[in-house]
Ligand binder design. Structure first.
Ligand code: SAH
Length: 395
């Protein structure tokens, strides 16, 4: 039997974005809300003339509802299982689910998989769930059951890492914990390179899976080169350069924990390579470093998380790119990224243009990079495209 959910009625003519399948309902479109609706509830959205439009999780904020279905649903176990299964089948089709060379991938990429507010990353036999809304956090037991049913004995643990991602929401408390099994020492393989992943105290869900292909590309530019990897975290980019035979690799990250992880990862893969980690601020490091690098990577955290900080972030990205371009060797290769969703591709390119002009270097774009296919972007939700990168030839 169809469950009945509380209703939200839209203002006249405000159904356009939902008819266009956009998964967010903004507060300005709402005419009337049933009494008693609260954060995390499942709600149905109806047009002004009472036609059903969509079902989603209610949220107190400018995005009122995050939509997970455009047809009426009971949102029961079968519903969530089907969603996870669909995400799994795509990863299977992409070749991620049975690849001994790469056993780390994103299974659920929020809106990109029709599941706003939900991230699930797979680390070999461990799944890490990160919810960004109370509504999604409430279905976590369904998610665990679905994962167990789909992966069977290929899954030994599920960890809920939602404490940080939900902490900004009022009245929302989530504690990080294992929802199934337990796994302390996680080691994964990415393109044949081994990494320890610390899901409990590492950043995000433990590893920056989204840079997999870009790291691989860096390898092709690294043989015999002096490489600087800034914002290195657990050494992702550095390891690809070392594997490709770089003359030396320097990694910089202000986090001591990152330094430990990166050193462990280098030792896990190589003996006798020239690698040094500097647990320092990147800007300070660039200013004092005397090495002239042939290849540089700039992969900073999101400088802008909201539209209100775009101006400040623009200056931050420009300064960073300027400092790198000023120093990189003649005919150097610069990998530069931004993962701020509010800084789009065009703005990022303008920022890099300003930095090039300021550094007085002739700069050409060799590659335009983005997120890999296990981080899909729904055509109806262009905001899902967040990772931008340029590979530059700096004369
Ligand atoms: N490139 C990494 C991911 C980078 S995430 C990978 O492929 O895995 C961003 C990193 O920047 C974090 O590890 C954070 O500790 C570091 N960081 C943030 N601000 C910094 C600063 N000012 N100086 C040095 N590192 C910084």
């Amino acid at each position: 039997m169809q469950k009945s959910f509380s209703k939200i009625i839209l203002k006249k003519g405000k159904e356009r974005s939902l008819l266009n399948m956009h998964p967010w309902l903004f507060s300005g479109a709402v005419e009337k809300t049933d009494a008693g609706i609260s954060e995390g509830d499942i709600v149905e959205i109806h047009s002004f003339d009472q036609k059903y439009l969509a079902t989603g999780h209610y949220h107190e904020g400018s995005i009122k509802v995050r939509i997970f279905s455009f047809s009426q649903t009971a949102a029961d176990y079968e519903f969530w299982k089907e969603k996870i299964e669909k995400a799994y089948l795509l990863r299977k089709q992409l070749g991620f689910t049975d690849d001994p060379g790469t056993n780390v991938y994103r299974l659920v990429h929020a809106e990109g998989d029709g599941l706003p507010g939900l991230i699930i990353d797979i680390y070999d036999t461990t799944a890490v769930i990160q919810t960004h809304t109370l509504g999604m956090h409430r279905v976590k037991n369904f998610l665990v059951d679905a994962l167990k049913e789909i992966y069977r004995n290929r899954l030994t643990a599920v960890y809920d890492k939602s404490a940080e991602s939900m902490s900004k929401q009022e009245n929302t408390i989530a504690e990080n914990s294992f929802l199934f099994g337990s796994e302390k020492n996680i080691e994964v393989t990415e393109n044949g390179i081994r990494f320890f992943v610390d899901i409990e105290s590492g950043q995000k869900t433990g590893f920056f899976i989204d840079q997999r292909e870009n790291r691989k590309l860096l390898g092709t530019y690294s043989s015999g080169k002096k490489v600087l990897n800034t914002f290195a975290y657990s050494g992702g980019f550095s390891l690809y350069s070392l594997k490709a035979g770089a003359e030396l690799v320097h990694s910089v990250d202000s986090s001591k924990k990152a330094a430990e992880l990166a050193e462990k990862n280098v030792a896990l893969n190589f003996t006798n390579v020239s690698h040094a980690f500097y647990a320092e601020d990147v800007f300070g490091f660039l200013k004092k470093s005397e090495t002239v690098y042939d290849v540089m990577v700039l992969d900073p955290p999101a400088f802008a998380k909201h539209l209100s900080s775009v101006d400040k972030a623009t200056i931050g990205y420009r300064n960073l790119n300027y400092e790198a371009m000023k120093r990189i060797n003649k005919n150097g290769i610069l990998f530069t990224f931004s993962c701020s969703q509010v800084i789009d591709k065009n703005l990022f390119r303008k920022i890099v243009f300003m930095a090039a002009l300021q550094a007085k270097r002739n700069v050409r774009i060799l590659h335009q990079l983005t997120q890999p296919p296990d981080h899909p972007v729904s055509i109806y939700h262009p905001e899902g495209e967040y990772l931008k990168g340029l590979v530059l030839f700096v004369e």
